[in-house]
Design a protein around this ligand. Structure first.
Ligand SMILES: [Zn+2]
Length: 449
């Protein structure tokens, strides 16, 4: 019975070529191909979703699962449930916030051991480039990481060490030899330290204080430095969570020049704006910060124009007490936003006035993140040969986010109470249902990919 072939039918199947009425044919966890609903072979089990859209399972290339080590923050069980509920079928885990940080092959193995039997969706790992692990870069690549992450500034908690320009220059040739991308948190410490010093005596309950402490210049100068190194060493550079639209011009020029640079932003930079964040509202704290309405408009335009390649969540939860809600001080609160289960409707809502199609959504939240993560041949597309990972999405539904639908370890997020467009109806991994209408499949069977 397990091996019975299935057909997933909808009037709105979103393929890389466009949206059309079709059946997605599945056998043994793979997509065999697409056909007209009238042409489904008679021995297939048919699931007809009518006018609800069928998208490929989303791929989140920027998630902090925090396991092993900080499982009181999040973990494979809760993060992958939140993912399945959010229409994600693949998560790529960042090498920090977990302990040990993923900077050695032994640490990668510890993560694999920790993940066993706990994953409702598939996952993969980024390795870390830290101040002291140049010798581990190539072994990590051979052991299966999809690329490397580094920080040009203190990452917010102990574990992964930031890198200086000199350390990055020592690591660069090793990264180049792996052929894998280098993902960088692009903020420099110096402009932030200067801005923070100038705020002496300011009220840290005010969002404006936090915003001023992390100026655009910190991102802009980091990105200029990285483009410079990219030009010299030729590594594949990926800018994670771009927040400042002021950096877009430099990035456009670099891409026109032919530098191998990709750019990511996050749902919260496209959905929220500084003017809307109340004082003491530390649930919105993240780094780089959510900036002005004007900046948000420019980021939305860049997403629309293709100057930003992909959207990843930067899902980074913590225990509620780390958000320091009673004091509401932005300098003391943990920076990170919980968003895995709502990112798809958040994006669909944020981009509603931009003539953004389901195909655009799929390109930015499935196909491009899969390609960045070396998974483009099997994830992120409804095409023959790919894994039969599907999400059934009702693009017309509207609902308010409720805390119990977050499915994360801690049900705390700035999205709770927001009215969003679009609803995840069901999620299939390798052709099997893992989430439907608020319920999860019994036994998790997600794997490392
Ligand atoms: Zn992150």
């Amino acid at each position: 019975m397990d091996s019975m072939a299935q057909a997933f039918v909808s009037k709105r199947v979103v393929t890389p070529e466009g949206e059309r009425e079709a059946a997605v044919l599945e056998r043994e966890g793979r997509i065999l191909g697409l056909c007209a609903p009238g042409a489904i072979p008679s021995d297939y089990a048919v699931h007809d979703f009518g006018t609800m859209a069928i998208l490929p399972g989303l791929v989140d290339s920027h998630v902090h699962i925090n396991e092993p080590g900080r499982t009181d923050w999040e973990g494979f069980w809760t993060a992958t449930r939140a993912a399945a509920a959010g229409g994600y079928t693949t998560l790529v885990d960042m090498p920090l916030n977990c302990l040990p940080e993923t900077t050695t092959v032994a640490a990668l193995q510890a993560k694999r051991d920790a993940a066993k039997g706990k994953c409702f969706v598939d996952w993969a790992a980024w390795g870390g480039v830290a101040g002291d692990n140049v010798a581990d870069v190539e072994p990590l690549a051979r052991a299966g990481v999809k690329g490397f992450k580094c920080f040009l500034i203190y990452p917010g908690c102990d574990g992964l060490q930031m890198v200086t320009r000199e350390q990055l220059e020592r690591a660069a040739p090793h990264v180049v030899r792996t052929g894998l991308p280098l993902l960088v948190h692009a903020e420099l410490a110096e402009p932030i330290e200067a801005a923070t010093a100038a705020l002496d005596g300011a009220d840290w309950r005010r969002y404006e204080t936090y915003l001023q402490s992390r100026p655009d210049k910190a991102e802009l100068s980091a990105i200029r430095l990285l483009l410079d190194l990219c030009r010299t060493y030729g590594f594949r550079l990926h800018i994670v969570h771009l927040s400042s639209a002021l950096a877009l011009d430099d990035l456009r020029v670099a891409r026109r020049e032919g530098l191998p640079v990709t750019v990511e932003t996050c749902p919260h930079y496209l959905y929220f704006a500084a003017e809307e964040i109340r004082d003491g509202g530390t649930l919105h704290k993240c780094a780089p910060p959510i900036r002005s309405q004007e900046n948000r408009e420019a980021l939305r335009n860049a997403v629309r124009e293709g100057d930003i390649d992909l959207v990843a969540t930067d899902h980074s939860p913590c225990p509620p007490e780390w958000k320091r809600l009673p004091e509401g001080r932005f300098d003391l609160a943990w920076g990170g936003i919980t968003s895995l289960s709502v990112a798809l409707p958040v994006m669909w809502t944020a981009m509603r006035e931009r003539d953004f199609t389901l195909m655009d959504l799929v390109r930015m939240m499935a196909q491009k993140p899969a390609e960045l993560s070396q998974l483009g041949d099997r994830k992120g597309r409804l095409a023959a040969g790919c894994d039969a990972d599907l999400v059934v999405f009702d693009p017309e539904a509207e609902a308010e986010v409720r805390a119990n639908e977050l499915h994360t370890r801690h049900r705390v997020s700035p999205y709770v109470g927001e009215q969003l467009r679009g609803r995840i109806v069901a999620t299939y991994l390798h052709g099997k249902e893992v989430f439907r209408e608020g319920r999860f499949a019994g036994r998790p069977f997600g794997q490392e990919v």
